[in-house]
Design a protein around this ligand. Structure first.
Ligand code: KE4
Length: 425
């Protein structure tokens, strides 16, 4: 069923925006067909340019955990806007926000607000290199930490590989100190530290991977990262831009009872507005200007509207909210697994809390090598089938789907019915 209004908008957009979008994944290139141009959203729904509504599992890629346009969040932004949109000066709001984050994340003793997850991870890497006076950074294949140069490296194979740029415009010199390893591969991590431990500034990890699809950490994997970093004088960085305050009030680190040296947050903590955070050990964060020699700055950092949206969102996320998220997410996971079974489809559903992925793969998917063996054509057909049945699913096999507090049991049951139909197509 074509959405003529979106198609018309896409033709205009493509003349002026690369691929017609302001972020690549939105172009639907991985699933074919044109994107839905969204007119508005409320609760668990979005409305396309042609007026059709969809049950939404993108949720702005994670921020919309309360559901879209939550009245308290909207009101808080409106009230803040009436007092001025941005001052470029400190505010009491930012102090309250910082106090709230430190309450929720005991590993964060000091933090800095920025405007995107990319800025948060880029800045965390810089302060880790400044603190350790070392250059090598370690990431995992299939993980995405935003688009700063040092993190755009091609996936390796097997043992550690030192980065080949994974984007044009990134000089080899910028990524020569970026090592990549397979996610969940503790022996390879230990081998890299044996070989290069004294050169490693930090290890950055998605504590639950979401950017290769949802891949949980194997038991002991995250603890091994903290242990290796501690033993070799490197810093552990949990990139919780996606998992933070989604998997628990205190993020994946609370769920797995771990304390990284640095943490990056975004998405949920900004409630849908441009707000992200990096923070952690006081002795590390004290190196950030104007206190210390590591420079980082931002015109709109800690913007009062964004902080209002973030604070209001966090205030809604109490224990009952997380219990509900777990319950509704499990209903969806169980329903999708049943649909795979009923339609005798080769697939696996992997989830942690309110983030999940249906892989067209026998499973388990434990790393990027596993994930990229998924049947992406089958995923594309599945995605189009869901869309035609009124369900808006992340337009890539290598993304996580997000459940919000606004998703009802009826939404989930309708989604499972649509999935069964799409799987039979
Ligand atoms: P932003 O710069 O897009 O705010 O955050 C980058 C980032 C950092 N760390 C993690 C774990 C992330 O998931 C992200 C961004 N996530 C993607 C979705 N996979 C954002 C969607 C997009 O790129 O349009």
């Amino acid at each position: 069923m074509s959405d003529q209004a979106s198609e018309d908008l896409m033709r205009r957009a493509e003349r002026l925006l690369p691929g017609g979008v302001n972020s690549p994944v939105r172009a639907f290139r991985a699933v074919g067909g044109g994107p839905v141009f969204v007119e508005r959203a409320l609760g668990s729904k979005i409305w396309g340019a042609d007026g059709r509504d969809y049950i939404d599992y993108v949720g702005s890629w994670g921020p919309a955990i309360l559901g879209h346009a939550h009245p308290k969040v909207v009101a808080s932004v409106q009230e803040a806007a009436a007092r001025g949109l941005s001052y470029g000066a400190p505010t009491a709001l930012e102090v309250r926000f910082a106090e709230r984050i430190c309450e929720l994340y005991p590993s964060i003793e000091m933090l800095r607000c920025v405007s995107s997850g990319t800025e948060a991870t880029m800045s965390a890497l810089r302060v880790a290199r400044g603190f350790t006076r070392r250059d090598v950074i370690v990431k995992f294949d299939g993980a995405y930490h935003g688009h700063s140069d040092a993190l755009l490296v091609k996936a390796g194979s097997g043992a550690a590989t030192f980065g080949n740029p994974d984007s044009a415009g990134v000089p080899a010199g910028v990524v020569e100190n970026t090592a990549t390893l397979a996610y969940n591969d503790v022996p390879a991590l230990e081998a890299l530290f044996r070989a290069r431990g004294k050169d490693i500034a930090c290890v950055i990890v998605e504590p639950v991977a979401g950017n290769m699809g949802c891949v949980p950490p194997e038991p002991g994997f995250l603890a091994a990262i903290l242990e290796q970093c501690r033993a070799h004088g490197a810093l552990s960085i949990f990139d919780e831009v996606m998992t933070g305050s989604r998997l628990a009030a205190g993020g994946a680190q609370a769920r797995y009872a771990l304390k990284p040296d640095l943490t990056c947050l975004g998405k949920v903590v900004g409630g849908g507005m441009p707000l992200a955070v990096y923070g952690g050990r006081r002795d590390v964060m004290s190196l950030i200007a104007p206190l210390g020699p590591v420079y980082q700055a931002g015109t709109l950092s800690g913007n009062p509207l964004a902080v209002s949206a973030g604070l209001t969102t966090l205030n809604e996320l109490d224990a009952a909210a997380y219990a509900r998220l777990e319950k509704v997410s499990q209903r969806l996971v169980d329903g999708l697994r049943a649909a795979l079974e009923k339609t005798q489809t080769r697939g696996v559903v992997q989830s942690v809390g309110a983030m999940l992925t249906l892989f067209f793969h026998d499973g388990p998917v434990k790393n990027w090598n596993d994930a990229k063996a998924s049947d992406t054509q089958k995923f594309a057909t599945f995605h189009r089938g869901l869309l035609a049945r009124g369900v808006y699913w992340p337009p890539s096999q290598f993304e996580a789907a997000f459940v919000s507090l606004a998703h009802t049991d009826a939404d989930v049951d309708r989604t499972v019915e649509a999935a069964e139909g799409a799987l039979r197509a």
